[in-house]
Write a protein that binds this ligand. Structure first.
Ligand code: MG
Length: 320
């Protein structure tokens, strides 16, 4: 007899001891603005985003041991596979390598019983729409029958018009995915590097189990962007923060972290039940890299000394 699921202080479901997140939560869906488990209880997914996979040298995101270690030690419930599309060596020029990386991360997530966001990591997906449709058609045909996969077909649109360019792209991609998978979550990018969720909220895409992307970097984005998020929520738009950092929006090239503002953001997400994945599971001098440039083992067992300030902050928020 399985004991009843434990409840976090804010009412969201947490994995039962001895069960994986997917065993406890099952097939996710959206009710109102909230992701809920098969049981109907609210769920807040939390976990890391990979680095652009075409630029990640050490294989952290592709390690099953690291994923299981983060699941058990950091309370990870989701991982985002940020599959670069346009740069040299990324999906458009090297599709077999990129697809193999994504497939490894998905298979690992299935083995570990966690959710996985398949992210078309592109700033110009609307001009690469045919390739995106073919990619998500294949992913949804292969994995759409499983509860693990979450689709993110456009990472960060730039300053393109919602109504005439971005919304039609999303409508096409949602239709393509829904040919194979009637129910898994799809997270839709919003204008201006996934900030203008209020614009999407005024004219949302038709369909079920759709959420919208809000990205923030806490040295750059403050209360003004949380206000956009609250505007969107107030008219019923479900949000998923698929990328955030406690740095400037360039990923922390200056090494700065803004942890007080990041805490305002993580509290904002927690109290609203908004799921998140945090940039980025890699080692480098950018202050969004979880690991110091001197590196960390690929497969887990990471000490505080191996983690930069942002990495420790993300880990601690995952554990809450
Ligand atoms: Mg499905």
């Amino acid at each position: 007899m399985t004991p009843p699921p434990a409840e976090a202080p804010d009412g969201t479901l947490v994995p039962v001891d001895g069960e994986t997140p997917v065993e406890t939560f099952g097939q996710l869906r959206v009710e109102g603005t909230q992701i809920v488990a098969a049981s109907g209880d609210p769920v807040q997914l939390k976990g890391p985003s990979s680095m652009w996979l075409n630029w990640e040298q050490d294989g952290y995101a592709e390690s099953l041991d690291a994923l299981v270690w983060m699941r058990d030690q950091w309370k990870l419930t989701v991982i985002r596979a940020a599959m670069g599309v346009e740069p040299g060596g990324a999906y458009l020029s090297n599709p077999d390598v990129a697809m193999a990386q994504v497939t490894t991360i998905i298979e690992n997530a299935i083995d570990a019983g966690v959710y996985v966001i398949v992210d078309w990591h592109d700033h110009n997906a609307h001009v690469n729409q045919a390739a995106a449709e073919a990619f998500f058609s294949e992913i949804s045909a292969t994995y759409g029958h499983l509860p693990n996969v979450i689709y993110e077909p456009f990472n960060e649109p730039e300053q393109i018009d919602w109504e005439s360019e971005l919304k039609p792209y999303h409508e096409a991609l949602v239709a393509k995915i829904r040919e194979n998978d009637p129910d898994n979550l799809i997270v839709l990018g919003t204008p201006v590097w996934s900030q203008n969720v209020d614009v999407a909220a005024a004219s949302p895409v038709a369909g079920t189990n759709l959420l919208y992307t809000l990205h923030f970097y806490s040295c750059t984005h403050t209360g003004f962007l949380r206000a956009k998020g609250d505007t969107a929520l107030s008219v019923g738009l479900p949000l998923f923060v698929t990328e955030w950092g406690s740095t400037h929006s360039d990923g922390g090239l200056d090494g700065l972290v803004c942890l007080d503002e990041a805490r305002l953001w993580t509290d904002w997400m927690r109290t609203r039940g908004i799921s998140w994945t945090a940039w980025k599971l890699d080692n480098c001098s950018d202050s969004t890299c979880y690991f110091a440039p001197t590196g960390a083992p690929r497969d887990g067992e990471w000490t505080d000394a191996m983690l930069q300030e942002h990495g420790q902050f993300v880990r601690d928020r995952m554990r809450e």
